[in-house]
Each structure stands twice: as structure tokens, then as C-alpha cells.
Write a protein that binds this ligand. Structure first.
Ligand code: UDP
Length: 239
């Protein structure tokens, strides 16, 4: 349902794990490659917002299991996402793409605060807006935030980039070799079948607000660009 003539606006969710290239911290080569793919779509006129996870630094639930206070650990997780945002911003700007980072926890020296109407203006001007620090609230995940940001900035579609899997399967294909891939399914089916590739909260936000979600694997050549351009790869989840 592109609402701005031919200009599509999409929200891309990237997992933090990918940014680390398999270890803790940021892998510049990986981020450079991702930025290059986003830049290609932006040059085609696609308006792009990005939410990045923080799993390459900290996950609150994991730190909690190792004895930390959950809420403090979650804030550490949120701060980790901001480092990923700055890394992506750097490589996008090196590619000649204008960007803004907006964070849900204010940190004026590094980023703008999250101001939805201003984010929309940036998007309209062709700037990539990178949303950091999750929702600014413990007990949330960046999947859920990506659905919320997509809705609030009036995106046409939410794109969930996954690593190691190319769409939604009936079960985790790494554990169950008989798992089959869905070409398309509804949010109700995803929730009823307890599919965990994306958070239940993100599925239900999209379901209630009729926002299409594309879950795709980012490993294939140019897959991020293809998804941003509207190609039907991966699995389409709809209301
Ligand atoms: N987080 C949070 N509130 C938010 C978003 C993130 O508390 O709104 C914390 C939470 O601890 C989470 C961590 O930040 O584990 C990193 O985010 P996430 O696990 O979603 O990253 P991903 O798995 O996508 O890399």
C-alpha cells in the first residue's frame, strides 16, 4: 500500500549479532557491506528507516541469567544498539548517503532524540534514519521496537533481515530438519504456531495495525537491497 506516489518507505530491522560478524563488537567489513546494500536502495528512491539490535554486545536476559539486575542489563543492551547505529551511520555517510541517528535515550552529543515527526521529515528528504536505544525501556526487544517505529513513521512495510535462515519455517530448521519454509502466512498463524523467529509482540503489533512484514535471509547476494526495493524474497507475513 505505497502511500507516497511511487516512493516506498520501509523499516529495516537488522540483528546486532550480524554486526559483530560472529563475535563481540563491530565488524567493519560486515557493516560496510550492509551499508553498501542500503545505499543502493536509497539511490533508487526508497525511503529507509533502520532499527538495529544489540545482541553483538549484550542481551539483558542473558546477563540476568549470569546474576545481573535485569533492568540495568537491559539498559546496557540498549546502549549497545547505539554503537551499532553509529557504525552503520559511518559507512552510509562514506557511501554519500545522508543519515540521522535518533535514540530513545537522549544523548545529545552523539545523536538526535527520537522525534517521530522529525524522523518523517528526514525520511522524506531521502535521509536514512537509524533508530537507536530500542524503545528506551527495559523488557522490550528491538523486534518490537522495529514494528513500533515502522508504524509511527508510517512505513509501508517492515523488513526483518535474518542471518542463517532465509524466511519463516514451521519449526527451527537448525533443530528440526523436517521444517518447511512458508512462502506466506498470517500473523494469526505465526502466533498460533508459536513461531519465534520474530517476537510475538512484534507479530501482534503488525497484526493489529495491518502492517506487512517480510522476513528474509540477508546472506544471499544483494538480498538487503532486493528486500528494500520491494522484491518478494523470504516469507511475507500479513494480517
Ligand atoms: N533492549 C531493551 N529495550 C528495548 C530494546 C532492547 O531493553 O527497547 C535491550 C535488551 O536487553 C536486549 C538488548 O537490548 O536483549 C539487545 O536487543 P535485542 O536482543 O533485541 O538485539 P538483537 O537480538 O536483535 O541483536
Amino acid at each position: 500500500q505505497p502511500s507516497r506516489g511511487h516512493q516506498t518507505r520501509v523499516l529495516l530491522k537488522l540483528s546486532g549479532e550480524v554486526f559483530g560478524g560472529g563475535s563481540i563488537g563491530v565488524s567493519p567489513d560486515t557493516v560496510r557491506a550492509i551499508a553498501g546494500q542500503i545505499a543502493d536502495a536509497v539511490r533508487d528512491g526508497v525511503q529507509v528507516g533502520v532499527v538495529i539490535g544489540g545482541g553483538n554486545f549484550f542481551r539483558g536476559a542473558e546477563l540476568q541469567q549470569r546474576g545481573m539486575d535485569r533492568t540495568r542489563a537491559d539498559y546496557m543492551g540498549m546502549l549497545g544498539t547505539v554503537m551499532n547505529c553509529l557504525a552503520l551511520q559511518d559507512f552510509l555517510e562514506k557511501d554519500g548517503i545522508d543519515t540521522r541517528v535518533q535514540t530513545a535515550i537522549t544523548m545529545g552529543q552523539v545523536a538526535e532524540p527520537y522525534i517521530p515527526r522529525r524522523a518523517i521529515r528526514h525520511l522524506e528528504k531521502g535521509r536514512v534514519v537509524i533508530f537507536g536505544a530500542g524503545a528506551g525501556m527495559p523488557f522490550f526487544s528491538t523486534d518490537t521496537v522495529s514494528a513500533q517505529r515502522a508504524l509511527e513513521t508510517k512505513c509501508d512495510r517492515l523488513l526483518i533481515a535474518k542471518s542463517g535462515v532465509d524466511g519463516v519455517y514451521s519449526a527451527d530448521p537448525k533443530q528440526d530438519p523436517s521444517a518447511t519454509k512458508y512462502d506466506e502466512l498470517t500473523f494469526a498463524e505465526a502466533l498460533a504456531n508459536n513461531i519465534r523467529i520474530v517476537d510475538a509482540a512484534a507479530f501482534s503489533l503488525c497484526q493489529e495495525n495491518k502492517l506487512d512484514m517480510l522476513v528474509f535471509g540477508m546472506e544471499g547476494e544483494g538480498n538487503i537491497t532486493r528486500a528494500l526495493r520491494g522484491e518478494r524474497i523470504g516469507t511475507l507475513v500479513t494480517a
